[in-house]
Design a protein. Structure first.
Length: 405
């Protein structure tokens, strides 16, 4: 039964992956359009020489009808009296406008201090989220006022202002700018230079018990800040999980615009021998249990860490299985390009082939295939592990393909 999953195992994998997608993926739903702002005295009208500075992030959700205001400020020469968003100026990026948001100040904004932080979400369908005159002047309803405010912000005609006792018309301000897309990715990582699968560690063999996750970031304005789910704050992190773990990375550019990525690192138990003090390797389709000192030499000759059995996620270059359904030969597995699957089955019974990715999603389906032919798969597949379900009549087989970089 080497290299083949049972139907029961496939159903379990699909169920587990579906639960993972529902529970984990929900936390990564988009929360709206983001705008950044940099606050200073010289940006005021008239300009002033305040040493105060600040930053802000405004999140507009037109579906939920909410606006989240996050701001940090410091160095003011006098205590805060109020803060608002003003809109809309006649020209983008310059001029003045009346207060659009809550008066006399944002709900709960720090008062009487020269530094502070703020984070509050407003229901933009409530009249208390606006200056009453702004609603009156923009259609008379909160819905029309919110539409006008979104348009002003999107056009660069809205600014965030922090007022103080010394500068009652505003000590620091800045116009809102659309956040660019911050592209974050974590490429496949390998514990060793060869003989291992991507994004997999092997705790029983110390040299392959950890790997480095390296982020790639573009977009926005550097330098970037990094926050990994394990607490690291660098662009790369070395991880040594003992159970399969998904690592998340949150990135911000210097204006606070965010991006994120995740990478799942699998853990494979390859300990073998009576006392568990040896290592399993897959050698030409056969599982060998060898001493640790011999592992490096085996890997240098093309062996893979781990058993060749179906509960191992390793696979070799040529898999053959004879069953009542068909004789199936997989050429090139693992492969960086494609897989040729040769199927020799009983004449008269068409074959259906379905490919699933490691999230349980259907990637490709081929129906009514005649027996005794070769099928090429995988040219457009991304690197990763795929399960192929082959059905002929009442018989079914599951095999695994590994697309490498």
């Amino acid at each position: 039964m080497k290299h083949f999953y049972s139907d029961l195992l496939l159903r379990a994998i699909k169920k587990t992956l579906l639960l993972f997608i529902v529970s984990f993926g929900a936390s990564y739903v988009s929360n709206g359009q983001l705008y950044w702002v940099s606050l200073s005295g010289p940006a005021e009208v008239p300009a002033n020489n305040s040493p105060g500075t600040g930053t802000g992030l405004i999140t507009i959700d037109a579906v939920a009808n909410t606006m989240r205001v996050q701001s940090t400020f410091s160095g003011l020469v006098a205590g805060v009296t109020a803060s608002h968003i003003h809109a809309a100026t006649a020209v983008a990026g310059t001029g003045t406008a009346g207060v659009a948001t809550t008066t006399p100040t944002f709900t709960g904004f720090p008062s009487g201090v020269t530094f502070g932080t703020y984070d509050h979400s407003f229901n933009m369908l409530l009249s208390t989220s606006y200056n009453p005159s702004y609603v009156t002047n923009n259609g008379g309803t909160t819905a029309s006022a919110f539409a006008a405010l979104r348009a002003a912000i999107g056009a660069g005609k809205a600014y965030l202002n922090i007022h103080s006792t010394t500068f009652p018309s505003g000590e620091i301000r800045g116009f809102l700018n659309l956040c660019p897309t911050i592209n974050v990715s974590i490429p496949d990582a390998f514990a060793l230079g060869g003989g291992v699968l991507a994004n997999t560690v092997f705790p029983a063999y110390a040299p392959a018990s950890s790997l480095m996750l390296q982020s790639n970031v573009s977009g926005g304005m550097g330098p970037y800040s990094y926050t990994w789910s394990n607490g690291a704050t660098t662009s790369s992190v070395t991880v040594s999980p003992t159970t399969t773990t998904t690592y998340s990375l949150a990135v911000k550019d210097q204006n606070g615009c965010p991006g994120s990525a995740t990478k799942t690192v699998n853990v494979l138990n390859i300990s073998g021998g009576k006392n568990g003090d040896k290592i399993d390797v897959c050698h030409n389709g056969n599982t060998l249990t060898i001493g640790r000192p011999a592992v490096a030499d085996h890997l240098s000759h093309g062996d893979m860490l781990g058993s060749c059995e179906p509960n191992s996620i390793t696979a070799r270059s040529r898999d053959v299985r004879e069953t009542d359904l068909a004789a199936i030969t997989v050429l090139g597995n693992p492969s960086p390009n494609y897989f040729d699957i040769q199927i020799r089955g009983k004449a008269g019974n068409n074959i259906r082939l379905t490919v699933y990715d490691n999230m349980g999603r259907v990637i490709e389906t081929k129906s009514s295939l005649p027996s005794n032919q070769s099928v090429r798969l995988g040219n457009s597949y991304h690197s990763g592990i795929y399960l192929v379900e082959i059905i002929q009549g009442g018989q079914k087989q599951i095999l695994k393909l590994v697309k490498s970089n």
